[in-house]
Design a protein around this ligand. Structure first.
Ligand code: HEM
Length: 412
């Protein structure tokens, strides 16, 4: 406490401060690093005992991660002592794995919406968000909304806006220091609550409506709930959280990837031209509606979508917490330790906590991307050159293209 007093309450000279910090560092290193030498923890520089601010967080943390990952596949982060980094595709797989009904409505709808722009500049965020979100509605509620339904518009807005506060630096810090950053979390919980309220409204109104049929999540969930076991996970709170999670996990991710793909097409007319030729030459598809099965006959399109996902890095950073002590590749990772996966390319992650909507998302990406390119050429708005199109993304829990206009010129 004397040292803390020296540092913060008095006006110490530089030598006193340096000595104090030096002594603290020695104590820290002695206690934290030598106490557990019997167990082999992942290699890495000694963590700093002081948090040095967000600039450090953003630049230095990522720079160091990139540098060390080039040499070591498993290591401990310098910045946050609990983070262990897994780098390399093989390592991540080893760590994680071993231990057309919608398209019939939403795809034609977005094509129609884009035709109404008559080739003029527009921001595709709204139409793409609507289509993708309505697919989640079909899965969850068993029916779709009209795009101008105020409940629907507000749910879509919330699902897309939540990404920003959930991915901001203070929220990332909250993951590590929950007690210190409770206030920020409260703000985000408020945002999620709005989605839950709507879900709950829809839930009750559904029971009164005629279009209640047995293929959607709410119905199945309630059927499981009523099947008897009072202690099961099938209770109302869980249902609302599941519904709101599906909205937030399934809207901004897929929509951002599709929009980034269209932006890349507008920026790279040569690739777009090849994709158009590929679709036009493909006798199987022709001018009819694209189906999921067409994917196996369109390897070039598949490759373009993979490249879009690789470039867009829709979910850049996922943190997990180990629920028990784990030994991985001879290294010991403590219970409650975090790890961050880095890899060449597994956009949906892998293992028990991999993306629950991967097959749906892959289907959506293929159907929307292919159908939109079948009907339109995407270009920058008048007066903007291709190389002036800005690829910078908005940072949140997802990365999404910054708002901007482009033109959809009809091809048919
Ligand atoms: C291009 C689109 C998408 C991408 C890139 C993506 C990516 C991811 C990633 C990286 C994770 C984290 C996995 C982990 O924690 O290791 C995740 C989790 C999840 N995703 Fe997706 N996702 C997409 C679309 C969707 C869709 C359409 C849905 C559902 C309707 C969905 C539902 C979920 C859910 C529920 C989780 C949480 C799984 C869990 O924690 O057990 N995602 N997604």
């Amino acid at each position: 406490f004397y040292m803390v007093d020296l540092l913060f309450l008095q006006s110490p000279d530089t030598i006193t401060v340096l000595c104090t910090v030096g002594v603290l560092l020695v104590f820290y290193v002695l206690f934290s690093s030598f106490a557990n030498r019997q167990i082999k923890e992942p290699l890495g520089p000694w963590p700093l005992p002081v948090i040095v601010g967000l600039t450090f967080y953003t630049f230095f943390f990522f720079f160091v991660m990139a540098f060390i990952s080039a040499f070591k596949e498993v290591w401990t982060s310098i910045y946050i002592p609990l983070v262990v980094v897994f780098a390399g595709h093989k390592t991540i797989k080893q760590a994680l794995v071993h231990h057309d009904a919608f398209s019939e409505t939403e795809v034609p709808q977005i094509i129609q919406d884009l035709k109404l722009t008559h080739g003029k500049g527009f921001d595709p965020a709204q139409p793409v968000n609507n289509s993708v979100s309505n697919i989640i509605c079909s899965i969850v509620y068993g029916n779709r909304f009209e795009y101008d339904d105020p409940i629907f518009t507000s749910m879509v807005e919330r699902a897309t806006q939540n990404s920003k506060p959930l991915g901001c630096p203070s929220m990332q810090l909250y993951n590590f220091f929950p007690r210190l950053f409770r206030l920020h979390m409260c703000l985000s919980i408020l945002a999620t609550d709005e989605v839950k309220t709507h879900a709950s409204y829809k839930l009750t109104s559904h029971f009164k409506s005629d279009c209640f049929y047995d293929k959607h999540i709410i119905f199945i969930f309630i059927a499981c709930k009523e099947s008897g076991n009072m202690n099961s996970h099938y209770h109302d709170d869980n249902l609302l959280v599941t519904v709101s999670n599906l909205f937030s996990a399934g809207t901004d991710t897929t929509s951002s990837s599709i929009r980034y793909g269209l932006l890349l097409m507008a920026k790279n007319p040569t690739i777009q031209g090849k994709e158009h030729n590929n679709l036009d030459m493909n006798r199987v598809v022709g001018s009819r509606q694209v189906w999921v099965e067409d994917r196996k006959n369109l390897p070039y399109t598949d490759a373009v979508i993979h490249e879009i996902q690789r470039m867009s890095i829709t979910i850049p950073m996922i943190l997990h917490r180990t629920t028990r002590d784990v030994t991985f590749q001879d290294y010991f990772i403590k219970k409650d330790g975090h790890f961050k996966k880095r890899d060449a390319f597994i956009p949906f992650s892998a293992g028990a906590r991999a993306c629950a909507g991967e097959s749906l998302a892959r289907m959506e990406l293929f159907l929307f991307f292919t159908s939109l390119l079948q009907h339109f050429s995407f270009t920058p708005p008048p007066g903007v050159k291709e190389d002036e199109l800005n690829l910078t993304q908005n940072v949140g829990i997802t990365l999404s293209p910054s708002p901007h206009k482009r033109c959809a010129i009809s091809r048919v």
